[in-house]
Design a protein around this ligand. Structure first.
Ligand code: BTX
Length: 330
């Protein structure tokens, strides 16, 4: 059922003119009544479908609504989002993907929700995920990589989000180490990477992406309003969530495939291009000392590289960084 719907969407997408029920039924190897039933399901999703006798079906307009169909419609990817689950409300998309991973669902499976009531941040923090206002999605990855390389996937995802925001708006996003996306010094997106691994191989990774998209002034909880914002609040424009998700998924697929083929170097450069305060001086507190240092970039293991005032290099894995401007702290 699921793959037939996907094939039907693909067939209609390829067509500029009408395509007959007969052609569809032959191509999909289902009865014409089944074709008609699928069409009705698409209409329920808000597609406007023109049905003309002896000519067939044609999509007249696609809905401005997030659903499995609207997301897969026009999604130009080979493996990501080919298995896609959309829910109006969930506790957390992360948990659902863990479950699907255990059931053996493939690399690239995506779960997206309109609302999360128990959205998770890192280290058991909460992630506010109000209905219809953002992208709350998790991606299942089954990379053939050793666990030490998992942080690279998080850094890769941050570059994908920054790239897509950059391309689709006049906003200038930056990536605050390790992986928050900031616009005008405020956090608009976060990434949560969870992994199941054996000693030397990753079994699977659940990559959670949370982006504040269409919240308005006053819709960010007051506790975090000083350090969090949405793309709409910063750009002054409402964003089309469905198109935004499609472009994240297709950019993700391209970036991931070239990362697997060519390695981390390109990601590192992209990350540093968007890196928040890279090349600038900040104050850093570690277990050993407090010091001023210039941030230089990232290392292949995900560490942040800094140079102190005596010229000594420090690789930081966990440290408190006093970012200064905007008073941002995680
Ligand atoms: P984080 O630990 O970096 O950020 C969590 C912190 O950010 C919170 O403690 C709070 O201060 C602040 N915060 C909470 N909600 C928001 C928000 N909507 N916008 C900005 N700041 C906020 C970042 O964790 C990782 C977030 C991943 C979220 C995705 S959504 C899909 C998937 N499902 C799920 O449950 N989590 C991931």
């Amino acid at each position: 059922m699921e793959s037939t719907r996907k094939q039907l969407i693909d067939l209609l997408k390829e067509q500029d003119s009408h395509i007959s029920g007969q052609q569809l039924s032959e191509a999909l190897d289902i009865s014409r009544t089944a074709v008609w039933k699928h069409m009705n399901e698409l209409k329920k999703d808000g597609y406007e479908i023109e049905a003309i006798q002896r000519k067939g079906y044609k999509i007249v307009s696609s809905p401005d609504k997030v659903s499995k169909n609207t997301l897969q419609w026009g999604l130009n990817t080979k493996w990501i989002g080919q298995h896609l689950y959309h829910y109006p409300q969930v506790e957390s998309t992360q948990d659902i993907v863990h479950q699907l991973a255990k059931e053996g669902k493939p690399h690239g499976t995506v779960v997206i929700a309109d609302e999360q009531v128990k959205g998770k941040g890192r280290m058991a923090r909460e992630w506010h995920s109000p209905e219809g206002k953002g992208v709350w999605m998790s991606i299942l990855l089954r990379p053939d990589l050793p666990p030490v390389q998992a942080p690279q996937l998080t850094l890769l995802t941050a570059t994908v989000l920054a790239n897509v925001m950059d391309k689709r708006s006049a906003l200038v996003p930056s990536i605050k180490w390790p992986n928050d996306i900031l616009v005008h010094h405020k956090k608009v997106a976060g990434i949560l990477t969870e992994m199941q691994a054996e000693q030397d191989r990753i079994q699977y990774v659940v990559l959670g992406i949370g982006i504040n998209v269409n919240q308005e002034d006053g819709e960010i909880p007051s506790m975090i309003a000083h350090k969090a914002s949405s793309l709409k609040m910063e750009s002054g424009e409402k964003w089309d969530i469905q198109e935004f998700v499609q472009s994240i998924l297709s950019t993700f697929e391209k970036t991931y495939d070239s990362f697997i083929e060519e390695g981390f170097q390109e990601i590192k450069q992209e990350w540093e291009r968007y890196g928040y305060k890279i090349g600038e001086k900040v104050t850093i507190s570690t277990m050993r000392r407090d010091f001023k240092a210039t941030l230089l970039g990232i290392e292949a293991d995900g560490a942040l590289l800094a140079k102190d005032e005596q010229g000594e290099m420090e690789k930081l894995y966990s440290a408190e960084i006093h970012w200064g401007e905007g008073g941002y702290h995680a």
